[in-house]
Design a protein around this ligand. Structure first.
Ligand SMILES: Cc1cc2nc3c(=O)[nH]c(=O)nc-3n(C[C@H](O)[C@H](O)[C@H](O)COP(=O)(O)OP(=O)(O)OC[C@H]3O[C@@H](n4cnc5c(N)ncnc54)[C@H](O)[C@@H]3O)c2cc1C
Ligand code: SF4
Length: 337
């Protein structure tokens, strides 16, 4: 199938100035509408002519979707806040540095200047068959091109695959889940506030979507409670090129210690499944234990139980195991074997 990269398909461009107006437009145009934030993912789809919406609803003129505010119990980040603004924000750096670390490792400075946090958590899978317009399961077809003996699947899933083996590529998503963030949605039925981890969908729920957004939905803000302020944070991202690249695997954890005993922890990995995975079994297994290399070692082994490699991504199993081991044990040496 031809991929045309010269001119974008024709669409009507709408630039509402309020969330209410954006919602009206989305209701009016239904499945023909496309929500655009920073445009980094959106323009790929449009320029390759794989998605051809009739109406583009550009959120960039909606002031109420921008900015970072201190609330009674934490902070609220507007969905259109750029990743650079998050990286530079003094309160986020001081109290929620897990998020600023994750945001700083997204792509390049130019992409962080334009890319928004709402777009980052809502971006689509990067599987190249799908992005090139192949009619696979995720595109509504009846086959997965990546999961065949000759399929290129080095970056794909090792856990919870169900026909589609694509992964969620977001760096900020695991940090937000580890911080117990809440996502604020505007839906045709009103406002909805959900736990960050419930925003993401696996192919067992819907193979064509990576999150719960449906026609007429907007993500308006992300709220981070102060629950984990002062905790020990760990974020690590492994990628092919450290200049800028999507994660092969990333990990985010927030840990509360009493002396050297792990009192409480939230730990999340991404790029190993179609949605970021909170490792609840690992959390349960280490609570009350000493933070040590041995605890990390056992946790790493537990984390990868049930992992199934594809033809070219078996390396992700020791990679994930060792990231968990380091996040929990505090061990800094890289051991990938
Ligand atoms: C070359 C390149 C490298 C990248 N590397 C990384 C990386 O290393 N790590 C990483 O995490 N990301 C990476 N990204 C993704 C990038 O960081 C952007 O954040 C992401 O593509 C989308 O952000 P955006 O604001 O441009 O959103 P858009 O592209 O405009 O939107 C993305 C999707 O989200 C939907 N959407 C956006 N905002 C809302 C909203 N408020 N409500 C409802 N729907 C919404 C849009 O409809 C669209 O489907 C990379 C992107 C590129 C192009
Ligand atoms: S991994 Fe998913 S997105 Fe990629 S070809 Fe298979 S079904 Fe399509």
């Amino acid at each position: 199938m031809a991929v045309i990269r010269d001119v974008m398909p024709e669409f009507q461009l709408f630039q509402p100035a309020s969330v209410a107006d954006a919602q009206k437009l989305l209701e009016q145009h239904g499945p023909d509408a496309w929500v655009m934030a920073g445009g980094l993912d959106s323009f790929d789809w449009l320029k390759d002519r794989i998605k051809k919406p009739k109406a583009l609803v550009d959120l960039s003129g909606i002031e109420e979707l921008r900015g970072i505010r201190t609330t009674g119990d934490g902070i609220e980040i507007g969905a259109m806040t750029t990743l650079t603004e998050i990286v530079r924000h003094p309160e986020i750096k001081e109290k929620y540095s897990l998020l600023s670390q994750a945001a700083e490792l997204v792509a390049s400075p130019q992409i962080r200047n334009q890319g928004t946090v709402g777009g980052n958590v809502s971006q689509d899978a990067r599987c190249w068959y799908y992005r090139a317009g192949w009619p696979c399961y995720r595109a509504g077809g009846n086959i997965c091109y990546a999961d065949t003996p000759v399929g290129r699947n080095r970056e794909h899933a090792i856990l919870h695959a169900e026909r589609c083996v694509a992964v969620n590529p977001s760096d900020t998503a695991p940090a937000l889940i580890a911080l117990d963030a809440k996502f604020v949605l505007r839906t045709p039925k009103g406002e909805q506030v959900i736990n960050a981890e419930d925003y993401f969908l696996g192919p067992d729920i819907d193979i064509t979507r990576m999150n719960i957004l449906q026609h007429g939905f907007l993500l308006t803000a992300i709220r981070i409670p102060s629950t984990w302020v002062g905790a020990q944070f760990y974020f690590e991202k492994l990628r092919d090129r450290n200049v800028w690249d999507f994660p092969l695997v990333n990990i985010a954890s927030a840990m509360k210690l009493s002396g050297n005993t792990i009192q409480d922890i939230r730990i999340v990995v991404n790029a190993v499944a179609a949605r970021p995975l909170r490792l609840k079994a690992v959390e349960d297994s280490v609570r009350g234990k000493e933070r040590s290399a041995a605890t990390g070692e056992a946790a790493g082994k537990l984390a990868v139980q049930g992992a199934v490699p594809l033809q070219f991504n078996a390396y992700k199993i020791p990679l994930m195991r060792n990231l968990v081991k380091r996040a929990i044990g505090g061990v800094q040496e890289a051991t990938w074997a």
